[in-house]
Design a protein. Sequence first.
Length: 337
Amino acid sequence: MIIIDGSEGEGGGQVVRNSVALSLVTGQPFRIVNARGKRSKPGLMRQHVTAVEAALQIGGARCDGLFVGTSEIEFHPGRVTPGDYHFAVGTAGSTGLVLQTILLPLILAGGPSRVVLEGGTHNMLAPPFDFIDRCFLPVVHRMGPTVTARLVRHGFYPRGGGRIEVDIAPAPLRPIEATERGALRALSGEARFASLPFDIAAREIKAAQKTLGWDEGAIVVRQLPDEQGPGNILLLEAEYEHVTEIVSGFGKLGVSAESLAKTAAQRMAGYIESTAFAGPYLADQLLLPFALAGGGTFTSVKPSQHARTAADIITRFTGRITNFGERPGAPWLVDIR
C-alpha cells in the first residue's frame, strides 16, 4: 500500500488524479491523506470525485471514503476494461481533468474505447479543450496511440453544460525525444464569448494585438450561442512544425478585458521567445505518458512545482526518475528514465 500525503509538494488535485491513473496501470493500491491540503478549500471537490468515480467504473476498482469534501481515500485498483463510457461532472468542473485521470489507463487497456464527458470545457485552473486537443494529444499520437477528441458544446463556469466526445485507439506507448519545435507555421487567436457584450471580445483582441504585434486579423472574434454562456475565453496559439502551444485567458468578474488579454499575451510572448518544446502546462501533462512509455526526453520552460510534484508521484508508483536539468542560456531538459 502506497501512502501519500496530499498536502506535500504542490498539494492540489493533480496528486489524486495521477495516483488514480498510475494505480490502475500498475495495479498498486494507495491511500491519500490530507487530499488537496494546500488549497483554500481542502478535500475533494465534485470534479475530483467524478474523476475517481470514472476510474472506478473503467477499472473495476474500489475506493473507500469517497465523497465531496473528503480529505482521505483508499483506492484498490481492478482490471481496466475498454468500452463506451459516459461521465457527467454535474457542475462546471473540468471535463479535461476527468479525462486526464482515465485516458492513459484506457490507452493501455488493449481495446478501443469511447468516452463522453459533460461539464466544464473552458474553465479556470484547468486546461481548456483546445489545449488538450491541439497541444497534448498530438504528442500522444507520436508515441503510438490515436486519440480523437471533439468539442460538441462549450461549458463555461459557473453554468457548465459542455460536452466532449473522445475516441481512443490504443497502442503501446513508445519513448520519444521532443526537444525541438521545428519551424513556426502560424500565429493565431480567438476571443470567444457567449451571452456577453461583443465589446469584451473586441477589447481583448485589441489589447493582445498591441502586446504581441501579430499580423492584423491573426486574432478573431467567435460568438457562441447564448445558451452556451455566459462565458468568455481568449485563446492565443503558436503552431510549430512539431508542437503547438496555446495560452488562454479566462474572463471573470473584476478582471478587465485589457488586463486578461495583456497577461495572456505576455505569457505567449515569453514562450515564443524561449526555444523550449513544452510550455509549463504541457510539461506537466507529458510526464505521465513519458513515464508509462518507459522514458523519454523533452525540453521545457522552467519546471513548475506542479511538475515536480507529478514527478514525485510517478516515482512512487513506477520507480522511474525524472531529472529536471537546468542549462544556462537554453531550455530545461526533462529526462525520464
